[in-house]
Design a protein around this ligand. Structure first.
Ligand SMILES: [Ca+2]
Ligand SMILES: [Ca+2]
Length: 490
């Protein structure tokens, strides 16, 4: 079994409502498996589906249950069976850095120092916190919390909650906690789940002992492989590439946040101001030094970032360029649900998680209605039904790119070589990718003007062109239509 080549992130609450209660659910996702299969997806990552008091469910109260708003365990098993029948793997969001304050472990832990669950969490006296100099921290992109120690009624000691007082961090130095985590993971793998997206993977241990995370994930993987030797683990390590590298010791894949930001920037600016390929090649080398079988999980944006649609102000030309880049670079692309429609959304978080637009307004019976969308509505974004029959739609552009990527061994590979082609034009991103004996050239025009590229020798076959106006002028010169991409091979 190989790992999925194209993945799709589903914010469960907003994807598809099967029973008309306004909340996206598991049966809704199951009903859309034919859609996802046709689109070309090989795995779906579901945001947390376990019981939780919040709308996003990143604060779990029962690791063995299914959130009743989303369905039942049988619904989930049916989803799993049908996804597998369609060649789609299922990746669950596993949130083990912290629990909800309402999780029974925390309720017990907060009862006092004598509680058998006390050490499931990190408790320290205010004096100790001061003495260690850990009372405050600097904000990071993944958490703005500056004062991570919180008071609990009836306790003089404070507990550590990196993200929020409602999400106390588990204490992974406590062997029963580790054991509990492994049992949870194994439970879902035994059911047939293919892997996990590991929330807050860099925060398992507090920041002053981050290095302990690397070994933690190695041990976690070993424990998961006892059930599924092919288990797929993708980490959320929201940090610079060199800080991500050590996580590849334990994890199959890690999201590349630097690349996400770089793709957004150069597409918006229509110029490669970040030396995209040089930087990416260097980072990939750093990853490979830790683990030559690393998988670079790439994306334009995810559920924690302003949607690419809004970053690029809904401009279809630019959204197509962003997709061209994503699907021709090495790695394992993730599509955030609705991105293929050009859905819009800006922070606060709810508004980057708006309902998927299957159809138009009241005719859309599958649309989730748990929130009133601010950005993505039928008037601002063409729903799927309006894009499917339009060959020029963003949806069909995505679909063509995905199918091209899957049809070309070099382009679709996690591995192989990537290096920049000689090029002095910042409007152009030009690189070659190699795998075994094969080589392809990829040229992207980021700008609104036609760009010409010359090389004394270049491959002669046009494997992909996103605009029929892009063409060879001579055997050594190719002209690229505005915002277009070509892939050349032998
Ligand atoms: Ca529902
Ligand atoms: Ca932690």
């Amino acid at each position: 079994m190989t790992h999925p080549r194209i993945c799709y992130e589903i914010f469960v609450r907003s994807f598809c409502d099967s029973n008309g209660d306004g909340i996206g659910d598991l049966n809704g996702i199951r009903s859309k498996l034919p859609y996802l299969q046709e689109f070309g997806v090989e795995a779906i990552w579901l945001t947390p589906i376990q019981p939780s008091p919040s709308y996003h469910k990143y604060d779990v109260v029962d690791y063995y249950g299914i959130e009743p708003e989303y369905g039942t365990l049988d619904d989930f098993k049916n989803l799993l069976t049908e996804a597998h029948a369609r060649g789609i793997k299922v990746i669950l969001d596993l949130v083990i850095n912290h629990t909800s304050v309402r999780h029974p472990w925390f309720v017990e832990s907060a009862k006092g120092k004598a509680s058998p669950y006390r050490n499931y969490y990190n408790w320290k006296s205010p004096e100790e916190i001061e003495a260690l100099g850990i009372a405050t921290r600097e904000a990071t992109p993944d958490t703005w919390e500056r004062k991570p120690w919180h008071s609990a009624v009836g306790n003089t000691e404070k507990y550590y909650g990196l993200f929020w007082k409602g999400m106390p961090d588990l204490n992974c130095d406590h062997p029963p906690v580790r054991q509990a985590i492994y049992e949870i993971g194994n439970y879902w793998l035994e059911m047939g789940v293919d892997g996990f997206r590991l929330d807050a993977a860099r925060h398992i241990y507090p920041e002053w002992e981050e290095y302990k995370n690397y070994d933690f994930w190695v041990e976690f993987r070993t424990e998961m492989q006892k059930v599924n030797p092919q288990v797929y683990l993708v980490g959320e390590v929201w940090n610079a590439a060199d800080k991500i590298a050590p996580y590849f010791r334990g994890l199959t894949a890690n999201f590349n946040f630097d690349l996400s930001l770089a793709l957004q920037k150069i597409t918006a600016e229509e110029r490669d101001t970040v030396h995209l390929i040089v930087t990416l090649a260097k980072n990939r080398q750093v990853f490979a030094q830790t683990n030559p079988r690393f998988i670079d999980a790439t994306m334009l944006t995810n559920h924690d970032q302003t949607r690419i649609g809004s970053v690029l102000h809904g401009k279809q030309t630019h959204l197509k360029v962003a997709a061209n880049l994503l699907f021709t670079l090495p790695g394992q692309p993730y599509v955030y649900y609705g991105e293929e429609l050009g859905m819009l959304g800006q922070k606060p978080d709810d508004f980057i998680r708006e309902p998927f637009l299957w159809g138009y307004r009241q005719h859309d019976r599958e649309r989730a209605r748990w929130m009133k969308p601010k950005y993505s509505k039928s008037v601002t974004v063409t729903p799927l039904v309006g894009q499917q029959n339009d060959p020029n739609s963003l949806y069909n552009h995505y679909k063509r790119l995905i199918h091209f990527r899957k049809s070309n061994a070099v382009i679709g590979s996690f591995y192989g070589q990537i290096e920049p082609l000689p090029n002095r034009n910042p409007r152009l991103v030009a690189f070659k990718r190699g795998l075994a004996e094969q080589e392809v050239w990829v040229l992207h025009n980021l700008s609104s003007t036609t760009v010409t590229y010359f090389a004394s020798f270049m491959p002669t076959e046009l494997l992909l062109t996103t605009d029929t106006a892009s063409r060879f002028e001579k055997v050594d010169t190719i002209s690229l239509a505005p915002f277009s991409c070509v892939v050349l091979g032998e």
